[in-house]
Design a protein around this ligand. Structure first.
Ligand SMILES: [Zn+2]
Length: 313
């Protein structure tokens, strides 16, 4: 789960715009006026699954799942409705509500891996006391593609939206076994706490700490990188008396090769490359060594630190 640049209005895929039987505005309006049930409306076709929609979502999310950041290589990409298009009784969430009129709304579509999709299912809880209801008289059918941000302001969903929620990454850290942690600190205000509760809800709803295969994959990268750094520390201590940053270049280069925009688990990687946080995970607690590693990160990964806005914090 990383912050993603919000999609643009010109990017609505053609499949969602074409005037076929279901999406022709007049037909849709008729359907609404006749109070067609959510199931009948949604099951008419699966235009939101067309390849141009898939390609567009893949591009916006750098070919990764919106929540767990697994790459869509051989795994299927599921197109999920952020606000569910069908209702379903689920014990794990409070609400049981469908937004069937958003079945083809572009801003309501997010790319998920099969596991996140299965975990999230039709869960969509909100903090506001009232939900948005479909109103055929007021609904502007053409604007349906970009209602998510406005709906979110009104309903205050608990589930984070990677494009329409900002500044949530700073609350997330990782423990030594690859699990995500979201902790409340004494200096947090009410807005911080609200975001933290929402992050916890999102992590739980998508099973981001429960799925063993996912946690294991995250841990694998942590271990690989930390072990490379630990090996560099050994070499540095046995052969160098000076503050020679070169000893750590290959470990940092390894990291950079795996920290491209389309790399998996970028949120974890932004945590790992933080000069103050990385030293907490190292075996060696020698402050001189820690200082040299921090300098090496600033020297060899400055571009990443700037891109991740770590230098400002
Ligand atoms: Zn996922």
């Amino acid at each position: 789960m990383i912050s993603i640049e919000p999609r643009k209005i010109l990017e609505v895929p053609t499949s969602l715009l074409k005037s076929d039987d279901t999406l022709n505005p007049t037909k849709v309006e008729e359907a609404f006026h006749k109070n067609i049930t959510k199931k009948e409306y949604v099951d008419k076709n699966n235009l939101y699954k067309q390849s141009d929609v898939q390609q567009k979502l893949k591009a916006i999310y750098y070919n990764k799942c919106a929540y767990c950041e697994l790459e869509f290589l051989e795994r299927d990409m599921h197109i999920d409705h952020y606000r569910p298009k069908k209702s379903q009784n689920l014990s794990k969430c409070d609400g049981n509500y469908a937004y069937y009129w958003l079945a083809y709304s572009f801003s309501n579509l997010i790319p998920l891996c099969p596991s996140c999709n299965r975990y999230k299912s039709n869960c969509f809880d909100i903090n506001a006391s009232n939900r948005i209801l479909f109103d055929a008289k007021k609904q502007d059918l053409e604007s349906l593609h970009f209602v998510t941000q406005d709906y979110n302001k009104y309903e205050q969903p608990k589930l984070i939206h990677p494009e329409y929620d900002n500044d949530f990454e700073k609350y997330i850290s990782y423990d030594r076994v690859g699990k995500m942690m979201v902790m409340i600190h004494a200096n947090h205000n009410e807005a911080d706490k609200d975001m933290i509760y929402r992050l916890r809800y999102s992590i739980k709803t998508c099973g981001l700490n429960k799925r063993r295969d996912l946690v294991k994959l995250r841990l694998l990268f942590v271990n690989d990188f930390i072990e490379l750094l630990n090996a560099s520390v050994l070499l540095f201590k046995t052969t160098s008396q000076k503050e020679d940053l070169q000893y750590f270049k290959s470990a940092i280069d390894f990291f950079k090769r795996h920290a491209k925009k389309d790399s998996e688990f970028l949120l974890l990687k932004r945590f790992l490359i933080h000069p103050k946080k990385i030293i907490l995970l190292l075996r060696d607690k020698d402050t001189k060594v820690q200082r040299v590693i921090q300098k090496a990160i600033l020297e060899y990964a400055r571009d990443l630190l700037e891109e991740y806005k770590i230098l400002q914090s």
